[in-house]
Design a protein around this ligand. Structure first.
Ligand code: NAG
Ligand code: NAG
Ligand code: NAG
Length: 420
């Protein structure tokens, strides 16, 4: 029976892997025939037309990554991994999707005052405010810096004018580095300040993204940033409390050191504790909760959690809080045009305790109750999405409960003795 289900899942799509449980994936890995079919499905879905030697090389990379992903998903990690379009790529090809040139960093740091606990809201979402455009795709051009920077620029422009504009990364890519290839890497501030220098910014439909650096064509395009001018780009002192404080006020550019576990991320809260060196990728932080910072990537919606990743709070791994910044605008007046489309992503909130000493008998205290939803039995209709139940988090009341809890007769997950 189980076997049949597996084969049906394979026929429908390799993407069904995300929904395949770990035991099913293991049995695919063990069967050369089934694994071969999985690879063929993957090739078809990702429009790979390789033959001969290249195909063999890609099959080896795919097999290696599939094994790593299966191993990861068997471990007790807070995030899950899957086979996405990076699965058959060489390390070199993967790196071409990054593009942060940290040697460009001349820090211009603003020191934020430490705020008292409680004075910063416990969660904030710029998606809820309609200040985030749909996930974009940088392709195999090292232009992450332009996408990371555009995320904050689009967000602060929405705040300044009430209009969400999908601006053109291609303008930043063409115009920031006249003497070298912007696909070879860059720095977010250079991108934002190039817009100030140009005195205008085209929309993405007028100045279409090409994933390669060309001549600066800004002057020939219609200006879409009619309601504001770029004044500056501000960088923050390193530290999670500063990131959160600033993210409560506007979307930010952030950077991270991308590891293999990041390429393969699908759902859950990412917290890779491998020792890392320097950030190599830029992205945009668009929301936070007590449990995670929500980050928009530029690898299309088929990567990660529909294009996004949740980075753990209280986590200083992967140099995540090292280079955080945002654009500052001068308001010029009205933008009377209609907003462009906003992202349609809404995060599935994993129900997890974010306080390390949760106790049921303290649940009457608001602060404990808020931070200990599992212990306090508030994980209603949520399977916990905590990565160890092999579940994608979308199945509502039928899913597994967070560890240590069971589903009571009323359908709510609680500790067993709290069911009545
Ligand atoms: C990185 O930035 C530095 C300083 O601007 C520049 O000299 C160097 O060429 C850049 N590297 C690449 C690969 O573009
Ligand atoms: C915005 O509206 C103005 C005036 O209605 C128009 O001239 C301009 O082309 C519009 N810009 C965009 C990007 O739609
Ligand atoms: C929590 O509050 C309820 C209702 O006010 C009360 O009956 C209960 O005794 C309280 N529990 C604890 C552990 O203080």
């Amino acid at each position: 029976m189980i076997r049949l289900t597996i084969i049906a899942a394979l026929v429908s799509a390799a993407a069904a892997l995300a929904a395949m449980d770990d035991a099913a994936f293991d049995s695919v890995l063990e069967s050369p025939q089934e694994f071969g079919r999985l690879f063929e499905d993957f090739e078809r879905e990702n429009h790979r037309g390789n033959s001969g030697g290249e195909r063999a090389m890609r099959f080896r990379a795919f097999a290696k990554h599939a094994k790593e992903i299966a191993q990861h998903n068997h471990g007790s990690y807070s995030w899950r991994e899957g086979l996405n379009f990076f699965a058959d790529m060489s390390d070199e090809e993967r790196v071409s999707h990054l593009g942060l040139n940290v040697t460009n960093a001349v820090r211009n740091v603003v020191r934020l005052e430490k705020r008292q606990e409680g004075s910063v809201p416990s969660r904030k979402s710029w998606i809820d405010e309609g200040a985030v455009t749909p996930v974009k795709d940088q392709g195999s051009c090292g232009s992450c810096w332009a996408f990371g920077a555009m995320g904050t620029l689009e967000g602060v422009y929405k705040q300044a004018t009430g209009v969400l504009r999908n601006f053109a990364e291609q303008q930043m890519l063409d115009c920031s580095y006249p003497s070298r290839d912007g696909c070879g890497g860059g720095w977010m501030r250079d991108g934002v300040l190039s817009v100030r220098d140009a005195g205008q910014l085209a929309s993405a439909v007028d100045y279409v993204y090409e994933a390669r650096d060309s001549e600066c064509r800004a002057a020939g395009k219609r200006n879409s940033m009619v309601g504001a001018d770029v004044e500056n780009y501000v960088e923050l002192e390193e530290g999670e409390e500063y990131t959160i404080q600033a993210l409560a006020i506007r979307p930010l550019t952030v950077t991270i050191h991308v590891l293999d576990t990041f390429f393969a991320y699908t759902t859950g809260i990412y917290r890779d504790t491998t020792q890392t060196s320097f950030p190599n990728h830029a992205l945009t932080a668009v929301a936070y909760t007590e449990a995670y910072v929500l980050v928009k990537n530029s690898w299309s919606a088929s990567w990660g959690d529909r294009g996004y990743i949740k980075i753990a709070r209280n986590y200083n791994g992967c140099s995540f809080h090292r280079f955080v910044g945002y654009a500052v605008l001068t308001n010029l007046g009205d933008d009377t045009n209609e907003s462009d489309a906003a992202t349609d992503y809404t995060p599935d909130d994993p129900c997890v305790d974010t306080f390390s000493a949760c106790r049921e008998d303290w649940c009457n205290f608001t602060l404990i109750n808020e931070r200990c939803p599992v212990t306090c039995g508030r994980c209603e209709g949520d399977d916990g999405d905590d990565g160890d139940d092999g579940d994608d988090g979308d199945d509502g009341d039928d899913g597994a409960c967070p560890s240590g809890t069971i589903r009571c007769d009323d359908g709510v997950c609680r500790h067993e003795h709290m069911c009545h």
